[in-house]
Design a protein around this ligand. Structure first.
Ligand SMILES: [Zn+2]
Length: 141
């Protein structure tokens, strides 16, 4: 056993209900589903989060998610789905092994991200441009 439950799932040392696997990715049912069908897509290799994931692997994980999400929605009669990932504890990441959530959604299912107090308020163009420049200077190539 490692100190990472997702690595233990990849190694077959912790049980999981697998819905898809290939050479680089594994997808399995979340043991604490928000809704039935809630599925996690992970890389087979230990990668902490999206920020530290090689971009080629990011692409593979999203391709797997794009294939699985409609199938999951169909199997659960969902009206839609979310695909998202949490990066860092402040964002809600609990297992420090990159995982994409595929979450079936239903009308009025009461789940959702909450907007901050005062939202929406249009940002001044100068502030948007200033941040865009700052981000362009540090974006990964
Ligand atoms: Zn891991």
């Amino acid at each position: 056993m490692s100190n990472c439950v997702f690595c233990d799932i990849v190694a077959g040392q912790v049980p999981a209900s697998v819905v898809y696997e290939n050479d680089v990715a594994l997808a399995f049912m979340d043991i604490y589903p928000v809704h039935p069908g809630h599925t996690l897509v992970i890389p087979r290799t230990h990668v902490v989060d999206l920020a530290s994931c090689p971009t080629e692997l990011v692409g593979e994980l999203f391709q797997v998610s794009a294939r699985l999400a409609p199938a999951i929605a169909a199997a659960t009669n969902a009206a839609g789905f979310n695909v998202w990932t949490a990066n860092g504890k402040a964002a809600g990441q609990e297992v420090l092994h990159l995982h994409l959530h595929i979450l079936p959604r239903y009308d009025d299912d009461t789940f959702g991200l909450r907007f901050p107090k005062g939202y929406p308020e249009e940002a001044p163009r100068e502030a948007l441009e200033e941040l865009a420049v700052k981000i362009r200077q540090v974006v990964r190539r």
